[in-house]
Design a protein around this ligand. Structure first.
Ligand code: THU
Length: 142
C-alpha cells in the first residue's frame, strides 16, 4: 500500500455525496476510491422505486473503477448522512454495508484503508480486514 491523502479523499467522498439519488431513504452517501495509478473514482448511492435495486455509493465507485480498467486500489473514503446534513459540520461515521465490503474485498484484500468522513476535515480510518474479518475471497476458490 502506498501513501495517500486521507483528508483529500474524505473531501472527495463528501463532494460525491451531493449527487446521491435518494428519494426514498433521504440518506445521501458519497464514496471516493483511489486507484493505485492515482485516479480517483467517485460514486453516490442510486436508489430505485423497486428498493432492492438500489446501488450503494461504494459499489458505484468500485464498478466505475473496474469498468474503466482499474484493478488495484490504495484507499476508499465514505461520507454518509441524512440528505439535509451540512457536511461543513459533523457527519456520523458511515461504514460500508456488508455487500459493499464483500465487493471491495474481491479486488483489495484486507489491507485496504477505509476512511470514514466525519465532517469538518475530520475522519477515522479502519482497514477492510477489520470491517470484514475472515472474509471469503478469490483465494478460497483455489
Ligand atoms: N448506503 C450506501 O450507499 N452506502 C453505505 O455504506 C450504507 C448505505 C445507502 C443505501 C441506501 O440508498 C441508503 O444508503 C440507506 O440505506
Amino acid at each position: 500500500m502506498t501513501s495517500f491523502d486521507a483528508a483529500a479523499l474524505a473531501q472527495a467522498a463528501i463532494d460525491a455525496r451531493q449527487q446521491a439519488y435518494v428519494p426514498y431513504s433521504h440518506f445521501a452517501v458519497g464514496a471516493a476510491l483511489l486507484a493505485e495509478d492515482g485516479r480517483v473514482f467517485t460514486g453516490c448511492n442510486v436508489e430505485n422505486a423497486a428498493y432492492s435495486v438500489t446501488n450503494c455509493a461504494e459499489r458505484t465507485a468500485l464498478f466505475k473503477a473496474v469498468s474503466e480498467g482499474a484493478r488495484t486500489f490504495r484507499a476508499l473514503a465514505v461520507a454518509g448522512a441524512p440528505q439535509d446534513t451540512d457536511p461543513a459540520g459533523h457527519l456520523p461515521a458511515c461504514p460500508p454495508c456488508g455487500v459493499c465490503r464483500q465487493a471491495l474485498f474481491e479486488f483489495t484484500g484486507p489491507q485496504l484503508p477505509v476512511v470514514l468522513a466525519l465532517g469538518g476535515g475530520a475522519y477515522e480510518t479502519h482497514t477492510l480486514g477489520e470491517l470484514l474479518p475472515h472474509a471469503f475471497g478469490p483465494n478460497d476458490l483455489l
